[in-house]
Write a new protein. Structure first.
Length: 290
């Protein structure tokens, strides 16, 4: 897993940080899964590469990972390491295909008309990762599938609210067009980085949608699986703090630095989740009332 671990370590992402709560074998498995996600995402985001070449590259990733499901040996180093994880945890090819389809959406779609359209994208690029991850984490209750779907959408909507300015710089607006019209926010305002009261209302509306997914994830998570899914819960806790920080700034992402949780805050959450898992005393870390 040397290649995957190097990619994971270099990324320094919130998801990679959460792996600290896993046993060494599961941590290695998640590094392989994360590295795959990172690699295909980088393909889609490499704007210096022509779109046609990026499409071909993503298709090559699809064909290469498919070899792991047909008893063949993938050619890409990350997929070689991921092949054993796929076999051990019985990860389904359909989810990998869905994930690549989600990344491919970024090549074709610059904006989404409705919140349902946007959440279809969120499902593919985030919920699917959650569905793959819980197979590695382990669970007993099938309700964990719905938990992973809701938590993935909550995290991705939080990401979207946080990254509005960065996405606009790349010509993308993920906020749904119907709501932009409803709150009288024009694309030019976002591209120009103008914060307005109308934008605050639009972002608040999207945040309420994210809050509902956090609430549903918290409600659905079976008590008997909370220990196994501590890593997912850590992700929920980190992004919930990011959402609260955005709300405290009235969602003004144009005049404030990128909303993040600092190292001390993350370390505190990790310690709390570790202690809860160790002693079986769990509490809510995200959602209403936390």
């Amino acid at each position: 897993m040397q290649v995957s671990e190097a990619i994971t370590k270099k990324s320094a992402s919130n998801l990679a940080l959460a792996f600290i709560l896993l046993s060494p074998p599961k941590r290695q498995a998640m590094c392989a899964l994360y590295a795959f996600c990172r690699e295909i995402d980088d393909v889609a985001d490499e704007e210096s590469t022509p779109l046609a070449e990026r499409r071909i590259s993503l298709q090559s990733w699809r064909e290469d990972i498919l070899k792991a499901f047909h008893g063949g040996l993938p050619a890409k180093p990350v997929n070689i390491e991921l092949a054993s994880v796929i076999s051990e945890y019985k990860l389904p090819y359909a989810l990998f295909d869905d994930l690549i389809r989600g990344v491919e959406m970024d090549l074709e779609i610059q904006s989404y008309e409705t919140i349902l359209d946007l959440e279809a994208y969120c499902y593919r690029v985030a919920s699917v990762v959650g569905l793959l991850s819980i197979e590695v984490f382990g669970y007993r209750n099938p309700k964990c599938h719905d938990y992973a779907v809701h938590l993935g959408k909550a995290l991705q909507l939080t990401n979207i609210l946080r990254d509005v300015q960065n996405d606009a710089a790349r010509g993308r607006i993920y906020l749904p067009s119907v709501q932009m019209q409803e709150f009288s926010v024009s694309p030019s305002e976002i591209f120009d980085g103008r914060f307005t009261e109308n934008y605050r209302q639009l972002a608040t509306w999207v945040s309420q949608r994210a809050r509902e997914h956090y609430r549903q994830a918290r409600r659905i998570l079976p008590s008997e699986d909370r220990g196994n899914l501590a890593t997912a819960e850590l992700m929920g806790a980190v992004y919930w703090k990011v959402l609260l920080r955005l709300e405290s700034r009235a969602f003004d992402v144009f005049n404030f630095p990128l909303a993040r949780l600092n190292k001390a805050g993350k370390a505190w959450l990790i310690l709390n989740l570790w202690l809860e898992t160790r002693f079986g005393c769990f509490r809510n870390h995200y959602g209403e009332g936390t």
